[in-house]
Ligand binder design. Structure first.
Ligand code: SAH
Ligand code: SF4
Ligand code: F3S
Length: 436
C-alpha cells in the first residue's frame, strides 16, 4: 500500500507490553497503519509504557518532551500513550503534555480503532476502563507472517497478590485467565505463521486457571501441537508453583529447562513486610523440589534491595539466599516508592546504602551468571535458530537455557532446532558448532 500511514511504537517494561504492542499494531492495521522502525517518518507514535519504578514512569515524560520538535514540524503527527503509565495517570498525561492525542490502558486497546475516529476528527481520546468484555475477543485474528520463530502469548493478566511495593495490581487489575481453547487457537495460528517457540505470559502466569489442571494442563495441551517445539512461561510467583507444574518440568519435553521465579528478598522479616506470604526457607525447599524434577534447570529471579526497614542483616540474608540457590541469570533493583502502594508510606533506606547493596548483590549475581555460562562450554545443547548473525554464514539462536548461541549454519535452519556443541563463551553470548 503506497499511501499507508506509518506507526512507530516504543515499548517499555515487561514482555506483556511487548505482546500488547504487537496486538496494538494489528488493531491499527485496519486503520491503514503499518509499522516503521524510524520515529522520524511516523504519522503516529505510540508509547507503550511501564509504571513499575519511578524512573520508568518519568522516562515517558522525558521522551514525550523530546518529541515536541517533531510534533511542531509535523502538526498532523498523532501521539498516543498506552500501557501502565496510561492506566495509572490517565488524564494527568494530557494535562502535563497537551500534544498527546490518545491515552489507552492495557485492558482497552481493542477499542483503538474507535478511539482513532475521535483523534482523526481532531479530538482527544482517553480510555482506561477495566471493561467487562474480553479484549482478546475483539482483537483481529493473527495472520501476519511471524518475524521470529519465538513468540509471546499472553494467557493471564493482572494480579491479586498485592506485594506492598508493587503497582501491577492497580495498573493491570485483578487476575484474569484466558480460556484454554482460545489460547490453543492463537497458538495454532502462531505456529502456522512459522512460530516454533511460545512463551506464555502473565503477571502471575502460574496462577493461570483457564484450564482445569492449571498452567500445567495448558502446557500439556499446547505440547500436542506438532510443530510447536518449545514452551516457556513467565513470570511466576513461588506460592503458585504447584506439584503438576513442577512435575511438568521433569516430564514435558517441550517445556524448556529455564524458570524465572522471583523471591525479592532472603529475609523473612522483609518478606513479611513485602506481603510475599512465604519465607526464605519455603523458597529454598521449593527450589530443591524443582531441581529434583529437573536437575539442569537454569534459575532466574528478581530482587529488590533497600525496601523500607531493610537492615544490614536483612540484606545479608538476601546475599546468603543467592549463594544457596545459585542463579543462572537475575534482575535486581533498588526499591522505588510507588504512589498508592502500602510501602510508599514507610521511610526509605538512605539512597547511598541502597546503592551500595545493589552493587554488592549485582556483583554476586553477575559472577553466578558468568559461571553458569562458562560451564556450558563443551556441552551439547539444542538451539532454536532465530535469525542471521552479524557474521556471514552465521546464525543466532537460543539454547533451552535461554543463552544466545551463534553457530555457522545454513540459513534454511532458521526456525529449526539443532544440536550444537558449545565451544566458546563470549560473555554476552556463546558460540557453538553444529553436531552432525
Ligand atoms: N509479577 C512479577 C513481577 C512484576 S514486576 C512477580 O511477581 O514476580 C517485575 C519486578 O520489578 C519485580 O519482581 C520486582 O523485583 C521489581 N519491582 C516491582 N515493584 C518495584 C518497586 N516498587 N521498586 C523496585 N522494584 C520493583
Ligand atoms: Fe507485583 Fe507481587 Fe503481583 Fe508480582 S506478585 S505483580 S510483584 S504484586
Ligand atoms: Fe511495567 Fe506494567 Fe509490565 S508496570 S513491568 S509494563 S505490567
Amino acid at each position: 500500500m503506497a499511501d499507508a500511514k506509518k506507526l512507530y511504537i516504543k515499548t517499555y517494561g515487561c514482555q506483556m507490553n511487548v505482546y500488547d504492542s504487537e496486538r496494538m499494531a494489528e488493531a491499527l492495521e485496519g486503520d491503514g497503519y503499518e509499522q516503521t522502525q524510524d520515529m522520524a517518518e511516523a504519522d503516529m507514535i505510540l508509547l507503550n509504557t511501564c509504571h513499575i519504578r519511578e524512573k520508568a514512569a518519568e522516562k515517558v515524560y522525558s521522551d514525550l518532551g523530546r518529541m515536541k520538535p517533531l510534533h511542531d514540524a509535523k502538526p498532523d503527527l498523532k501521539i498516543g500513550v498506552a500501557g501502565c503509565v496510561a492506566q495509572a495517570e490517565g488524564e494527568e498525561i494530557m494535562r502535563r503534555q497537551p500534544m498527546v492525542d490518545l491515552v489507552v490502558g492495557p485492558q482497552t486497546y481493542h477499542r483503538l480503532p474507535e478511539m482513532m475516529k475521535a483523534v482523526n476528527a481532531g479530538g482527544q481520546a482517553l480510555d482506561t476502563d477495566f471493561p467487562p468484555e474480553d479484549k482478546f475477543d475483539h482483537l483481529p485474528k493473527r495472520v501476519l507472517p511471524a518475524r521470529n520463530p519465538s513468540a509471546f502469548l499472553t494467557v493471564q493478566e493482572g494480579c491479586d497478590k498485592f506485594c506492598a511495593f508493587c503497582v501491577v495490581p492497580y495498573t493491570r487489575g485483578a487476575e484474569v485467565s484466558r480460556p484454554a481453547d482460545r489460547i490453543l487457537l492463537e497458538a495454532e495460528a502462531l505456529v502456522e505463521r512459522g512460530v516454533r517457540e511460545i512463551t506464555l505470559l502473565g503477571q502471575n502466569v502460574n496462577a493461570y486457571h483457564g484450564h482445569k489442571d492449571g498452567l500445567a494442563g495448558l502446557i500439556w495441551k499446547l505440547s500436542e501441537i506438532n510443530d510447536l517445539k518449545r514452551i516457556r512461561f513467565t513470570t511466576s510467583h513461588p506460592n503458585d508453583m504447584d506439584d503438576a507444574l513442577i512435575d511438568a518440568h521433569g516430564t514435558c519435553e517441550k517445556l524448556m529447562p529455564y524458570l524465572h521465579l522471583p523471591v525479592q528478598s532472603g529475609s523473612d522479616r522483609i518478606l513479611r513486610a513485602m506481603n510475599r506470604k512465604h519465607t526464605a526457607d519455603d523458597y529454598r525447599d521449593l527450589i530443591g523440589r524443582i531441581r529434583d524434577a529437573r536437575p539442569d534447570l537454569l534459575l532466574s529471579g528478581d530482587f529488590i534491595v533497600g525496601f523500607p526497614g531493610e537492615t544490614d542483616a536483612d540484606f545479608e540474608a538476601t546475599m546468603q539466599l543467592v549463594r544457596d540457590v545459585h542463579y543462572g541469570q537475575a534482575y535486581s533493583f533498588k526499591y522505588s516508592a510507588r504512589p498508592g502502594t502500602p510501602a510508599a508510606e514507610k521511610e526509605d533506606v538512605p539512597a547511598d546504602v541502597a546503592t551500595a547493596r545493589l552493587h554488592e548483590l549485582q556483583a554476586l549475581l553477575s559472577a553466578q551468571q558468568y559461571q553458569t555460562q562458562a560451564d556450558m562450554v563443551g556441552r551439547k545443547v539444542e538451539v532454536l535458530f532465530e535469525k542471521k548473525g552479524r557474521q556471514r554464514g552465521q546464525l543466532i539462536g537460543k539454547s533451552g537455557y535461554l543463552h544466545a548461541v551463534h553457530a555457522e549454519a545454513p540459513e534454511a535452519m532458521i526456525g529449526t532446532v539443532q544440536r550444537v556443541r558449545i565451544v566458546n563463551d563470549l560473555t554476552n553470548s556463546l558460540t557453538g558448532e553444529l553436531v552432525a
